[in-house]
Design a protein around this ligand. Structure first.
Ligand code: PMP
Ligand code: GLU
Length: 390
């Protein structure tokens, strides 16, 4: 049986691969602590679980409309209005099997062979793979800790060609935690205004922002940005619902919604009906107290982890304003992040994701979505490892 060229060219998700390896090693009884997982260590809030039980009791166990029930799409539209100041109609929304699936629908519906997708690096591992799988070409814009891992308007201008089709913005970012301010987004919007570029704004981590800053939705910048932006979001990170698989897209482009609904209708159909019913409670603010509790806890862990890393001679990290990742600079110790991460796992039993997987070597990603005692233990092992290299 011969596999297709396009599937052979697809790389495995490095974030999932390393999390699975760490889990296997632990199950074999090895002393391994993992900072590789991109998922909250909290359980789903009880009100949401109760709503899932209610869905079963009410018999909400049948197929629904492909892109989600009217109720859940209305709940998303209400959320986008209330929290982000965005006016979407429920018919502008489509619900998918996690935001990863939402992105897949977008790429498959919009990218033709040779179309260019501009991706700020370091990036979340899935964007370049989905781009290539759709026949597109990745154009990355490199950022480093020196510019806060954010692209500048000039960098964006330089990356644009007649073939540019999509710009991906992820704020707050996975893997760096950087957050674009409203002014920074306005400046990027200014570069886009005379182009046909569609912005895919991945806002998965919008609820996880720190230092009292306010999250700005990309589509809220201007009417022009509203019209060119596809807003992508979900419930995995904001309300600790990774396993439920709920992602969504909002776009005023009716033709695109229709296309993605057609694709979904021939692939997955609707996402599971129980998750849809429970999601309404997650979207309508009923779990806000739990969300805030998690946010406060993540902020404390971020402070702790940053302080501990910056005490290690040879490593450095900038304090991110969002998400639950640190992107730690290891260039003074080892430029090859894959080697660093493999040796770290082997020698002191700590799993992190090498920066090379995110398109910027010389760093590793450390997820602080784990308890303080584990963070302290892990970073002291990393310290021991780094000191042994001198
Ligand atoms: N976008 C970003 C930036 C992510 O980090 C993730 C997963 N960690 C996703 C999208 C996809 O999330 P899900 O498929 O669980 O909704
Ligand atoms: N996105 C999360 C991460 O970056 C989960 C794994 C994945 O979907 O790639 O670790």
């Amino acid at each position: 049986m011969k596999l297709t060229k396009r599937i052979n060219q697809l790389s495995e998700s490095m974030t999932i691969a390393i999390s699975s390896l760490a889990r296997d090693l632990k199950e074999e009884g090895k002393d391994v602590i993992s900072f590789s997982a991109g998922e909250p260590d909290f359980g789903t809030p009880q009100v949401i679980k109760d709503a899932a039980i209610e869905a079963l009791t009410l018999g909400k166990t049948t197929y629904t409309a492909i892109g989600g029930t009217n109720e859940v799409k209305q709940a998303i539209a209400d959320k986008l209005k209330r929290e982000n100041g965005l006016d979407y109609d429920p018919s502008d929304i489509i619900v998918s099997v996690g935001a990863k699936h939402s992105l897949f629908n977008i790429f498959q519906s919009l990218i033709e062979d040779g179309d260019e997708v501009i991706i700020p690096a370091p990036y979340w591992v899935t964007y370049p793979e989905q781009t290539k799988y759709s026949g597109g070409k990745v154009v990355d814009i490199l950022t480093t800790d020196e510019n806060g891992f954010k692209i500048t308007p000039q960098q964006l201008k330089d990356a644009i060609t007649p073939k540019s089709k999509i710009l991906i913005l992820t704020t707050p970012s996975n893997p760096t935690g950087s957050v674009y301010s409203k002014d920074e987004l306005i400046a990027l919007a200014d570069v886009l205004k005379d182009t046909n570029i569609t912005v895919v704004s991945d806002e998965m981590y919008e609820k996880l922002v720190y230092d009292g800053i306010k999250f700005t939705a990309v589509a809220s910048i201007s009417e022009d940005m509203f019209n060119r932006t596809i807003t992508v979001n979900g419930l995995s990170k904001s309300v600790a619902m990774t396993g439920w698989r709920f992602g969504y897209i909002a776009t005023p482009n009716k033709e695109l919604v229709k296309a993605m609904t057609k694709l979904q209708g021939q692939s997955t159909s609707n996402i599971n009906s129980i998750t849809q019913h429970a999601a309404i409670v997650a979207l309508n603010g009923s779990a806000d107290q739990d969300v805030e509790m998690m946010r406060v806890e993540f902020e404390k862990r971020r402070d702790l982890a940053c302080d501990l890393f910056n005490q290690i001679d040879g490593l450095s990290v900038i304090k991110p304003q969002g998400a639950f990742y640190l992107y730690v600079n290891i260039k003074n110790v080892e430029k090859d992040s894959m080697k660093f991460s493999q040796d770290l796992l082997q020698e002191v039993g700590v799993a992190v994701v090498p920066g090379v997987g995110f398109g910027l070597d010389g760093y590793f990603r450390f997820s602080f979505a784990t308890d303080e005692a584990t963070i302290k233990d892990g970073i002291s092992r990393i310290k021991r490892f780094v000191e042994s290299k001198k």
